[in-house]
Design a protein around this ligand. Structure first.
Ligand code: CA
Length: 231
C-alpha cells in the first residue's frame, strides 16, 4: 500500500487530508510539527510527503524539506498558505517536486499526488544501493560509480537522479528540462545536452574500468539510464 506522510499543523486541514487520501486508497501517516514529521519520515519510510511550509516554531517546512533531502529523494508536495510565486520557485529550488497553494481543491490535490507517484520510482534513501555499479548519495549530492565517489553539481545530480529513477526507460529532453531545470516550456534544450556530456565525462573519469556508458542517448527523444546488466 502506498504510504503518504502528511506534515501539517492545522488540525482541520490535517483531518481533511487524512480522509481524502485515505478514501483514495493511500495509507496516511500524520505529523503535526516538523520534528515529528522527520521522525515519522525516518521510521515509516513513506512513498510521498505532503509538507506544509508554515509549521509551529522549531522547524518550519523549509527546514524539514532541507533535512528530508539529506535523507531521501522521495516526492515532496509542498503546501503553502501563500500562493506567492517566490514561495513556489523557492520550493522547487529547495527540492520540492510540486507546490500547491492553499486553499486547494480536493481533486487537484489528488491529481498532483497521483502524478508525483506515477513518475517517481521507489524513493532512494541515503546509503541504499541502486545497482552494482552506481549508488546515489542524496546528502552529499554525489554518486559512487564503480566504487569511486564523484562529486556532482546540483544539476548533474538531479539529472542522474531522474534518469536512475526511470531506469530502462527513455526520459525525454522536455521531461528533463521540466524536472531538473524547472523549465516546462523546454526553452533551453541545449542545456540538457551539455549537462549530460559533463555528467558522462565525470563518471568516465572516476572509474578505472568504467565499462559501457550508462547514459544512452536516444536520438530525437532523450536519454535513458541503463542499469548494470549484472543486476
Ligand atoms: Ca500551517
Amino acid at each position: 500500500m502506498t504510504r503518504i506522510l502528511v506534515v501539517e499543523d492545522d488540525p482541520d486541514v490535517a483531518v481533511a487530508l487524512r480522509v481524502l487520501l485515505g478514501r483514495a486508497g493511500y495509507e496516511v501517516v500524520a505529523a503535526a510539527d516538523g520534528r515529528e514529521g522527520l521522525r515519522r519520515l525516518f521510521a515509516d519510510r513513506p512513498d510521498l510527503m505532503v509538507l506544509d511550509i508554515g509549521l509551529p516554531p522549531g522547524l518550519d517546512g523549509w527546514q524539514v524539506l532541507d533535512r528530508t533531502r539529506d535523507m531521501t529523494d522521495l516526492p515532496v508536495l509542498l503546501l503553502s498558505a501563500r500562493g506567492a510565486e517566490s514561495d513556489r520557485v523557492r520550493g522547487l529550488r529547495a527540492g520540492a517536486d510540486d507546490y500547491l497553494p492553499k486553499p486547494f481543491g480536493n481533486e487537484e490535490l489528488l491529481a498532483r499526488v497521483e502524478a508525483l507517484l506515477r513518475r517517481a520510482a521507489p524513493a532512494l534513501w541515503s546509503g541504499a544501493a541502486q545497482d552494482r555499479s552506481l549508488r546515489l548519495v542524496p546528502d552529499r549530492r554525489s554518486a559512487v560509480w564503480h566504487g569511486e565517489e564523484v562529486r556532482l553539481s546540483d544539476i548533474e545530480y538531479g539529472l542522474l537522479q531522474v534518469l536512475v529513477r526511470n531506469r530502462g526507460r527513455v526520459v525525454t529532453t522536455d521531461q528533463l528540462l521540466a524536472q531538473v531545470w524547472d523549465d516546462p516550456q523546454g526553452i533551453g534544450r541545449d542545456r540538457v545536452k551539455f549537462a549530460v556530456l559533463r555528467l558522462r565525462r565525470k563518471l568516465q573519469q572516476a572509474a578505472h574500468d568504467p565499462g559501457p556508458d550508462p547514459i544512452e542517448a536516444v536520438r530525437g527523444l532523450g536519454y535513458r539510464y541503463r542499469a548494470d546488466p549484472g543486476d
